[in-house]
Design a protein around this ligand. Sequence first.
Ligand SMILES: [Zn+2]
Length: 347
Amino acid sequence: MNGTMHGLVNYAREPFSVELREVPVPQIGDRDVLLQVGAVSVCGSDLHQWRGSHGWPVNYPCILGHEFCGMVLMTGARVERFKEGDRVVSETAAVIDEASPLSRAGLYNLDPARRGFGYGVDGAMTQFVRVPERCLHRIPAGLSFEKAALTEPCCVSYNAVCVNGRVRPGDAVLVLGPGPIGLLCAMMAKLSGAGTLIVAGLPNDRKRLMVARDLGAITLEGGVSDYIASLGDGLGVDVVIDAAGVSATLQMAMQAVRPAGQIIKVGWGPQPMQFSLDLLVQKNATISGSFSHNWPVWERVISMIVSGQINLDAIISHVAPLNDWQECFEKMHDGEYVKAVLKPERN
Ligand SMILES: [Zn+2]
C-alpha cells in the first residue's frame, strides 16, 4: 500500500520532541501483516520518551505506541494464520533473534536482541503499523478495541504478580505506585486472593487512589511504614509490588516486606540508589525483577478480559482521537487520567 499517514513521531532525545507528522505507510515483509490500528493506549513509557526522562535507547525518529490492536489489512506472502479482516492484538517484541537461547525457551521477551514497538521500531500511534505475524493474537468480535488495547499492561501486571510473584490467598500485599501498572497489579493480587491489599501513592495521586479503592484496596498517601507496623503482627506484608517509577521506593519496599517475604520490582527508575541493601539480607527476603510478558501470558490475559474477570472500566479514563494526544499525555502525567486510549482517525 502506498501513500502517507499521520504518525506521532518521537524525533529526538530532547524533552518534548514529539509531534504529529505526515509519514509513509510502512511496507511489509513476507512474514508481516499491515495492521489498521483500532486503538492504542498511552503507556508511562510513552510519557517518559515525550519528556525525555527515559533510561532506554530510542531509535529516533520513531512512532510511539506499543499497546495496540486493530484489524489486519494486508498479509505478507508467508503469513499463514491470519487473513484480511481479522481482529487482533499485538505483542510488543517487534524484533527478536528467534534462534537465541532465550527465544528457544519461550522467553523471547528477555532476548537481548529484542527491540520493541514505539522505541526500537515504529509503533502504533498512527493509522497503519507493520507487525510480524508471530506477535499477533486473535480477539473475539465482542471485545472492543479500547479494551483490547490494554492487554499489554495487563500482561505486564499478570507476569509480575502471577508468574514472577507468588501471592497466596490471604496474603497481605502492598503495591507502591498507583499508576496503570500499579493498579493492574493490585487487581491481579486481588484475583490471586490477597487478604489485605494496600496501594500507596502520593497526595497528588488522589484520583488514581480512588480507582484503587474501587478495586478493593486500602489506600495510603504517605505514612506507609507506620501503617504496615500497625497491621496484623506488625512484621510486614507478605508481598510488595514496587510499581513506582523511582528507585527510592525500593527502600520502602524493604522496610515493609515481612521476613522471608517477597519484593517484585516492576517499576523502572534510572536514579542510583543511596541506601544499603542489608535489610534485604537480614530479612532473608527475595527480590525479583519482572519485565514484559510472553505468549502464554497473552493468551491467559485475553481470556480474562473477554470473560470480564479483568474489568478495565475503572482503568480507562478517556478515549480520544489521535489528534488529542497532547492533552492525553499531559493529563496522564498529572494523574488526572489513569489510562488514555487513542483512536487514529480513518482517511
Ligand atoms: Zn506499556
